[in-house]
Design a protein around this ligand. Structure first.
Ligand code: AOF
Ligand code: ZN
Length: 386
């Protein structure tokens, strides 16, 4: 199952709106007979790739799958049927499928005499697929808020200058995280102040599954992503990359103040500008109109719309005000902080108003991972209490 989780991670960044799934098949003697992962939506499921690899050796064998095998006909046929046809004796899956359309595979297999078990390495399999699982369970994309700050938590100096707080290595790491996201969100404040491109421009291969099997939590610069994949899976990965689309850029801009010449509107990637439903504008951009609340655009409505467009993972950057709104509304699933070894003592805080006025109202997080990226720290945390 550990290998299946590792295989699943090869799909990070290319499977949306589908999950990442890995599968390993052992023959009747317990020897590895086949391996597979799901590489792109519309492509074969992990189980089918592994069954093809195993051929006749799958008979009376065991399949280890990170997600409950599907029992539906979507863009491909049900994996339950494929597993039954191949004559598997046992199927072990890590996480039940929360998608009501596809669930029930475990029961179906059992009903046909296959020995079924689940829960093995559930936490690991959950972690690698957390974005998709969250998007299905909550009906909205998984949101990662990223910021860069000094040791004293400031993202800009008193005069507003903010460029290059963190190192080139940290910025490169951000590009890799962007590349494994389906959408990159920024507020109008950031667009006006920095005129960012909001595109993913990684120089290292993506996804890099070297160390951390987390949704987009990639590290170990320079690792060869295809390492350990046989020919068929390499082809799958190559096909997935050919089909990969640039992340959707989203500007939260209630008053439609995005300048027509803003770089975020260039042709490098699609862009969506979210405006208040009452805003009148001639802005030449794809607009989505959302209800306006006293404290800004309805972010739940924004996320719902993004999910409708197939966004499973969203990367929130740029703008302490917008980040504060997301945090206040409980819409941040993960924080990735790049912390530079420097002090400012004054200047803009990384996070704006987040609805907290007393310590009891603090938003509690638990640290998940910490590593050095060049001279900086990268810390990831998720909501919760230890
Ligand atoms: C995948 N890959 O390896 C497995 C999935 O539209 P389809 O046919 O691709 O089906 C997508 C659903 O199938 C998906 O939402 C999930 O519930 C289930 N399992 N999906 O994309 C896989 N095993
Ligand atoms: Zn399937």
């Amino acid at each position: 199952m550990a290998r299946a989780v590792e295989l699943a991670a090869f799909g990070l960044g290319t499977t949306s709106p589908n999950p990442v799934v890995g599968c390993v098949i052992l023959d009747a003697h317990g020897q590895v007979a086949g391996e597979g992962f799901h590489a792109y939506a519309g492509g074969p499921h992990a189980e089918v790739v592994a069954l093809r690899d195993a051929g006749e050796r799958a008979r009376d064998g065991t399949a280890y799958v990170t997600l409950e095998p599907c029992d539906h006909t979507g863009s491909t046929g049900p994996c339950t049927e494929a597993l039954l046809a191949a004559g598997l004796a046992r199927v072990v899956y890590a996480v039940p499928d929360p998608n009501p359309l596809a669930a029930g595979g475990g029961e179906r297999l059992r009903a046909h005499g296959v020995e079924v078990a689940h829960g093995l390495l559930g936490e690991e399999a959950e972690r690698v697929n957390v974005a998709w699982l969250t998007s299905v369970r909550l009906g909205r994309p998984y949101v990662t808020w990223k910021f860069a700050a000094t040791l004293d938590g400031r993202s800009a100096a008193a005069d507003g200058t903010s460029k290059w707080i963190t190192s080139p290595e940290a910025r490169q790491d951000v590009h890799r995280l962007r590349a494994t996201s389906d959408a990159i969100i920024a507020g109008i404040g950031t667009v006006l102040a920095d005129d960012p491109l909001l595109t993913a421009r990684p120089t290292q291969p993506v996804p890099d599954t070297g160390a951390v099997s987390d949704a987009g939590a990639v590290s170990d610069a320079g690792a060869v992503p295809e390492k350990g994949l046989d020919g068929a899976m390499r082809e799958q990965l190559a096909e997935a990359r050919r089909r990969a689309r640039a992340p959707l850029r989203v500007v939260v801009d209630s008053g439609a103040r995005t300048p027509p010449g803003a770089r975020v509107l260039d042709r490098a990637a699609p862009t969506l500008v979210a405006v208040a439903d009452s805003t009148r504008t001639g802005l030449q951009a794809e607009l989505v109109r959302l209800p306006y609340r006293p404290d800004g655009l309805d972010l739940h409505a924004l996320l719902k719309e993004l999910r409708r467009r197939g966004v499973v993972s969203a990367f929130l950057e740029g703008g302490p005000t917008l980040a504060g709104s997301f945090v206040r509304q409980g819409l941040v699933d993960r924080v990735v902080a790049y912390v530079a070894p420097a002090l400012l003592g004054s200047g803009r805080a990384a996070l704006g108003q987040a609805g907290v006025s007393t310590i009891a109202g603090m938003h509690a997080f638990v640290f998940e991972e910490v590593s050095m990226i060049g001279p900086d720290l990268r810390i990831t945390a998720r909501p919760g209490t230890p």
